[in-house]
Design a protein around this ligand. Sequence first.
Ligand code: CA
Length: 220
Amino acid sequence: MRVLVVEDNTTLASQLRAALTAAGFAVDSAADGEEGRFLGETEPYDAVVLDLGLPRVDGLSVLRHWRAARHAMPVLILTARGSWADKVEGLNAGADDYLAKPFAMAELVARLNALIRRAHGHAQPEIECGKLRIDTAAQNVTLEGAPVRLTAMEFRLLECLAHHLGQPVSKTRLTEHLYGQDFDRDSNTLEVIVGRLRRKLGEPLIETVRGQGYRLAPPA
Ligand code: CA
């Protein structure tokens, strides 16, 4: 899953990047509202963490702009502590959730995962496909109860397919959700990751759908 962090406080921004990267996300960052607004409308993010107090363009204006332009990705806003008016205004402007500063990184990660899950229509963090079980909250995968060790990239790809269980996901879409902006895509191509994932799962769970991409489906 790929997320955008719009936060001007450099310390907090790097803490967010570290925590989200450790949680398996591809992370892009923007340090002001203008850059954040641009990235949010040009790149397909699975979720956005948006600070409200930002230089150039404030967070609420950025959010209103995205929603007016029909960008529906889940947005979690960061508000100043005790500012209930910010929370109400933010939710009314189209935010899906909020956290007041200071907050625990674990809570932010849990809330983001829940937002992404709900955006894909899953109420539970576990997704099952035949003998395969993917826990999107704990980030682990088991096959017939035995743990499967995946790299962050492999997990991200499998999670993206699992969110669209039974439906093909195009290579373009997968690529967009797999890599952050500054990632060297050539060294870790989609086909290579799919190949590794298929070997590790050892079952024909990931199908190639000609002309449409890949699909995670239980064996017939
Ligand atoms: Ca700020």
